[in-house]
Design a binder for this molecule. Structure first.
Ligand SMILES: [Zn+2]
Ligand SMILES: [Zn+2]
Length: 341
């Protein structure tokens, strides 16, 4: 087991990053040390870096990653040293009503989210912009199928698992679906819908380049007249009017992207009632969604080029340049090699 990890510690939007060596602690029961092989920069991190979203500083950001098991605490018999894994982005208690009764472990009373925790919380190795991360005992850890490259898997524990959860909210008899937004969430949505057998998948994005990328992930060319379901992954409430308009009576609207307060909807109760609409909010996911997402990647690796959506890895030491590249939105994800500093 190595003695220290190297991390890019975020000090705040004004102060940026500080390279630090963090001692690797003795692992507690059930804890797992992972040597990160590839991480990626999520849109939510770009919000934090720009100061649009709060983070407790100093902290290690980053929650999307793939790595290899480097060490395990007592009582871990389900994994082996050297195994390639990814993991759920939250740690849950397994006992509270959200965990046990609501089937919403992502709303656990004692929820801990990797990449969003202060450095003095636990081991300090809480995020993925680092050589190592310490996973807590309530975190779901899954082996990565051998045929999948790291680049195809790296955002699975955020975007893909969330979209697997969203698809659970879309009725199985839906034949036509509009996906609003062609960022990584939207592309994952299109591919999952296609894999499920939905034939009419429409994807709309203000950026025409992004919108045409959706055609490679199952979306079709054409204008919908009416759809059975709409998935919002734009993050902008202005698209909701169009979605409501296109939904058939009894249709389902899944709201996913507007995870911020600037999301007041211009929508009457009358519209929802008279059209008999189902409006569902979906936030994050439960472990089974990540498990199913990995299976989906394995089953469709010949059909969809997910690895092509991720930039060639940039060294962790050049994280600010990688963030600048991510902000150009040239790539749905920019990836980071934590072993290069
Ligand atoms: Zn993410
Ligand atoms: Zn809980």
């Amino acid at each position: 087991m190595p003695e220290t990890a190297i991390a890019q510690v975020f000090l705040g939007p004004e102060r940026g990053f500080d390279r630090r060596e963090i001692p690797i602690p003795k692992l507690g029961p059930g804890e797992v040390l992972v040597a990160i092989s590839l991480a990626s920069i999520c849109g939510s991190d770009l919000h934090t870096l720009a100061g649009r979203r709060e983070a407790p500083v100093p902290c290690v950001l980053g929650h999307e990653a793939v790595g290899h098991i480097a060490a395990m605490g007592a009582g871990r018999t389900d994994l082996s040293i050297g195994q390639r894994v990814t993991w759920s982005l939250a740690d849950s208690c397994g006992h509270c009503p959200a965990c046990v009764t609501y089937d919403l472990p992502q709303k656990c009373d004692a929820l801990f989210k990797y990449g969003h925790a202060a450095i003095d919380d636990g081991s300090g190795l809480n995020g993925c912009y680092a050589s190592h991360i310490v996973l807590r005992p309530g975190t779901a850890i899954f082996p990565v199928p051998a045929r999948l490259p790291d680049a195809a898997v790296v955002p699975a524990n955020c975007s893909l698992a969330t979209m697997v959860n969203v698809l659970e909210a879309i009725p199985t008899n839906a034949r036509s679906v509009l996906v609003q937004g062609a960022g990584l969430l939207g592309l994952h949505a299109c591919a999952l819908l296609r894999h499920r057998g939905v034939t009419e998948i429409f994807c709309r994005d203000a950026d025409s380049g992004r919108q045409s990328a959706a055609l490679k992930f199952g979306a079709i060319v054409g204008e919908p007249n009416q759809v059975d379901a709409v998935i919002e992954v734009v993050g902008d409430p202005s698209v909701v009017a169009q979605g409501i308009d296109l939904l058939r009576p009894g249709g389902t609207y899944a709201l996913v992207g507007m995870v911020h307060p600037q999301s007041v909807l211009n929508l009457t109760g009358e519209t929802i009632i008279k059209k008999c609409l189902r409006i569902v909010g979906v936030h994050n996911y439960a472990p089974r969604h990540l498990r199913d997402g990995l299976r989906f990647l394995k089953d469709t690796s010949d059909l969809f080029d997910f690895a092509g959506l991720v930039s060639p890895p940039m060294p962790l030491g050049e994280l600010p340049a990688a963030i600048a590249l991510a902000n150009t939105r040239r790539w749905p994800r920019v990836s980071i090699n934590p072993r290069q500093f």
